[in-house]
Write a protein that binds this ligand. Sequence first.
Ligand code: ADP
Ligand code: MG
Length: 594
Amino acid sequence: MKDIHQVLRTHWGFDGFRPLQEPIVRDILAGRDTLALLPTGAGKSLCFQVPAVAMGGTSIVISPLIALMRDQVLHARGRGITAAAVTSAMSRREIDNTLEDAALGRFTLLYIAPERIGTELFRARLPRMPVKQIVVDEAHCISQWGFDFRPSYRRIPELRVHFPNVPVLALTATATPDVVEDIQEQLGFRAHHVRRAPFARPELTFWVARGEDKHGRLLRIAQRTTGSGIIYVRERRSTHRTADLLEHHDITSGTYHAGLSHEERDRAQAEWMAGRVRFMVATNAFGMGIDKGDVRVVVHLAPPDDIESYYQEAGRAGRDGKSAHAILLVDDQDAGRVRDRVRAAFPDLSQVRRVYQAFADMHRIAIGTGALEAYPLDLRALAERSGEHAATVMHALKALELDGTIALSDGARSPSRIRILASPATIHALRVNDARNGPLMETLLRLYGGLHEGPVIVEEERIARTVGRPLDEVLAVLREWHRQELIDHVPRNDAPLVTLLVPRRDAAIMMLDRKALADRERRASTRAEAMITYFGPSVDCREQQLLTYFGEQSPGACGRCDRCQKRQRDTTSPLHERDIDVERWAIDQGEHPA
Ligand code: ADP
Ligand code: MG
């Protein structure tokens, strides 16, 4: 076994561990199942990467986000650690090859998406892998009680059957006490064991401001804040409207949402990170993996659906430890809106069937086929085709996921690739004999060289334009050739992916597990009510309310939030003034960090 401080220095060049990292590393080396509850940015990755290197063998890391997996693999390789990922964004053959390498013990870190665990390819190789550690990133996803339940996480315990003595390290930034228990139960911890960093953020002031004219109030906050900030809105189009308003008042701002291209998102993020624009107006798509210390304010123009999401987003302020504000703007309709959204999140069976049918039609998946294939998800196109709202489409897909029919995952930024597998003779025959698709093959060979030698990056739009056929037709032919193993075609996928876990069913007779859906609706509603209570008027102290929600004993009222400030004014002011200019106060605090 290698010395962990030596590992830290050689591979990372870091001088020492951050708080809790070393005890967690030692727990794993001692073979203890451990749940690590550390805030975002605390350095959770190191907690499993250091033991992975120190112990040798292979550490399997389960993660829900393909984009993050790819980043981590690149980072690890950059530090001289062998690593690979197996995701739905890869072709069957790429997956097969990577898993074979893993079975030969070639990777210190093997990242997998949870839906992979149930597949034959994986199960066949698993017993041969020299597994020394099982890591579950974003471990709250395994709990139905949590805000981000992913049914495919339920397959993780199957790994333990093969490696009963291998320690499990579960990592998360947010979990209520119920969820903390549930994670350990679900993962089959041999003994319960939690390492937890304090939730309290003494540098953050939580503030709820109630009233109409949210944009006017936002503007005053922005004008009076020095440094940078994030403004969260609920809808993509509001990002642009709000940013225009700020720009109109000479406050520089960028926009970020999942509907923008990767290039636009990268540019916006880079400008904001570099401080060239002060505010980022974004949907909740923004923030993953963002590590910016000097965010002075996070403003929500409307409440999220649960406290977990709010705390994660608001917590991006004040990472440098200096005073910062988390301000939530609400009006009298917000509680109703939150409740409406929860109701809308549970569509009825006929809607689910329509969405499933439309999805199968779009991708030309015949009944009884398509199992374990990943298909890109174009929410807008699917909404149009099914005649449902985009939000309903998303919720219908979630219902299908809950039912075990599909798995949803984010896309990874990878361009389309094609490699020709068939012999030159077969390809030649296709070119001369296939009147319909011969010209397509012809075009492919003319546009790109080296297709026989290895995967070549291609652009399907360009192929379609050149050959003069509609894009979806071209894609269908490429998919068919791929199925026939004439070519290996890995479509570009920056779009989220839908993986069929069971062969396509007949939508007309498809049923759903009603009880599971009803349970889930009840829990979503409980979480929504907790959020509504948080921003309501009956709370004593906002910070205390949050800490209690996450099961942490708070040392008393914070003295900084809007409720505490109001109480102090009420008792000290002889006039008992009710109309405190709360924003002015919050903003002044922001301008003069304590
Ligand atoms: P988390 O998963 O908890 O959100 P990460 O593992 O992504 O956090 O780490 C956040 C950042 O902290 C990374 O840039 C990482 O390199 C850095 N970091 C982690 N541990 C240390 C350490 N001991 N010393 C210096 N930097 C560290
Ligand atoms: Mg992480």
